[in-house]
Ligand binder design. Structure first.
Ligand SMILES: [Zn+2]
Length: 527
């Protein structure tokens, strides 16, 4: 436990206040109350448990996500937050959920296989049995080559379950990446003078695409369409990862009529089927998949709730993360824990009875996994763009985002000038003993990664929380292993404390965070 007795804290506070670089006035009494509330009365695991066990997986458009959002509204209201409600945006696709799924090899041996359904693909309408057809797609085909390939394979795929692509040869990882970052490494990245990093303008565009070659996304789409029209029974993709990990995303068109029943199979099973077939043994599978569509999912909702401000109530500090998840697990590290952490941060501030000058607003987004869609819609609606701002653009105080798993917060990036980073670094200094070691500025307006970049893109101070990796990239991110069991409670608790303190500071200081002057704002990157 990283908890100091009040007397010790006072000493530390006096030392820190004496440091000449600390120009911000930090309310140490509030820092202390935040620590005490976070430690004595944490709601993180209860929130996490409801979001994962009760409502997971929370795929965008699904009734599970809707249930989670409505639960958050009730819970936030019960905590005393105000104006808790859902804000709609148009997703434009129906919701989708997998209800039942089993795939077995029935010949030449019998065994159960480990798979996940690809989202927005159809079910099988009862168990179906068919022979597999291993098939390798042409690499970087021209339009003519692709058409030729489809014509050559049309008769072969009819009535078959098509395995698409050779099994990935996954090599052993001899030196796994560190689960925690070294302090010295974090300090070197975030603890410096706050010089803005990141690309200053349009990125040099990558290799020019060959106009004769069909782009990979279109190959996938046309291939799916081909399987439907040629009468294939199903499709199997290789998960291509070790130890049974599966990442299953979606049919690119979000239209179940434009794909056959499709599963992603663990690499170990996929390789076995491919080898059996290559050795001349006909392989038969049985698929049984129940998927359901939800037309009401076309309209999606972000969840927001507030602690109203006082003398600067029209100015808003925001914090949040995305509530939606992929569908092959309950989305604990991506991103139920991020939501639980941000809800906890605002709950702590409510519970200790602060009277913020600015309004503090938590927002949990939907549609993040399909391209930051919920936060994009919100930013457009409330703030407009840098080039075409709405009135709220000028009075916005910052948005904190967390979305990198269970690891504790170690640093932050803020979109803006170096001084914005310096202010946040001062505000979070009382939490250095939690391993939170600094803040750096960025001037990249490139959208991607997570929802804070929807704010950066329009020139607003988006603040991305940087975390210890733990097992995020190696095991849980977007995989079938992303469950409650992988959460480290103490890490999330420490993240909530430092974020609560930083949010509080931005809600109280006299001025808004400094922004890049107009003539220093980089142009929007070309897509
Ligand atoms: Zn995420």
């Amino acid at each position: 436990m990283r908890f100091r007795a009040p007397a010790a804290l006072t000493v530390v506070a006096l030392c820190a206040l004496a440091t000449p670089s600390a120009q911000e006035t930090i309310d140490r009494d509030v820092s202390w109350k935040i620590r005490r509330e976070a430690t004595d009365n944490s709601h993180i695991m209860r929130t996490l448990q409801v979001l994962t066990d009760v409502y997971g997986p929370r795929l965008t458009g699904s009734p599970n996500l809707q249930g989670a959002a409505e639960w958050v509204v009730k819970e936030a209201t019960a905590w005393g937050l105000k104006n808790a409600h859902l804000e709609p945006w148009e997703f434009g696709h129906p919701g989708w959920l997998n209800e039942k799924l089993s795939v077995h090899i029935v010949s030449p041996v019998k065994d159960a296989l480990v798979v996940e359904a690809l989202a927005w693909t159809p079910g099988t309408n009862g168990p179906i049995t068919a022979q597999i057809l291993p098939l390798e797609l042409p690499q970087r085909p021209t339009k003519a080559q692709l058409t030729g390939f489809f014509d050559a394979q049309r008769a072969a795929v009819k009535g078959r379950i098509v395995m698409v692509g050779k099994p990935e040869a996954v090599t052993v990882t001899i030196d796994p990446p560190a689960k925690r970052r070294e302090d010295s490494d974090v300090r070197a990245q975030f603890g410096g003078a706050g010089t803005p990093g990141g690309p200053q303008g349009p990125q040099p565009s990558a290799q020019k695409p060959d106009p004769d070659v069909v782009p990979p996304a279109q190959v996938t789409e046309q291939f799916d369409q081909f399987l439907v029209s040629a009468g294939a029974i199903g499709r199997v993709n290789d998960a291509g990862r070790d130890h049974g990990q599966i990442r299953a995303f979606n049919n690119r068109t979000f239209d179940i009529a434009r794909a056959v029943p499709t599963v992603v199979m663990r690499n170990e099973d996929y390789g076995r089927l491919w080898r059996l077939s290559a050795n001349g043994r006909p392989v038969e599978l049985e698929l049984n998949i129940v998927n359901r569509s939800y037309p009401e999912g076309r309209t999606q909702y972000n969840v927001v709730a507030e602690i109203p401000g006082t003398d600067k109530a029209a100015e808003v500090v925001m914090l949040g993360g995305h509530l939606d998840s992929w569908h092959s697990a309950t989305g604990a590290t991506d991103n139920a824990i991020g939501c639980a952490t941000m809800l906890e941060a605002i709950r702590i501030l409510q519970a200790i009875g602060i009277q913020p000058r600015r309004t503090i607003r938590v927002a949990l987004w939907s549609g993040e996994e399909q391209g930051l869609l919920g936060s994009q819609a919100y930013v457009k609606e409330h703030f407009g763009t840098f080039e075409g701002p709405k009135p709220e653009h000028a009075t916005f105080a910052g948005y904190f985002n967390i979305d990198s798993g269970t690891g504790r917060a170690r640093g932050m990036t803020v979109f803006g000038p170096a001084d914005a980073a310096r202010i946040l670094r001062d505000a979070t200094r009382p939490f250095e003993d939690n391993g939170f070691l600094g803040v750096m500025a960025t001037t990249s307006r490139r959208r991607g990664g997570s929802d804070h970049t929807s704010f950066n893109e329009v020139g607003l101070p988006g603040i991305g929380v940087q975390q210890d990796p733990i097992e995020y990239g190696t095991h849980t991110w977007h995989t079938n292993l992303d469950t409650y069991e992988r959460i480290i409670e103490d890490d999330a608790r420490q993240s909530a404390m430092v974020i609560a303190a930083a949010v509080y500071h931005l809600a109280m200081r006299n001025d808004l965070l400094p922004r890049l002057p107009k003539d220093q704002m980089p142009p929007l990157p070309t897509p």
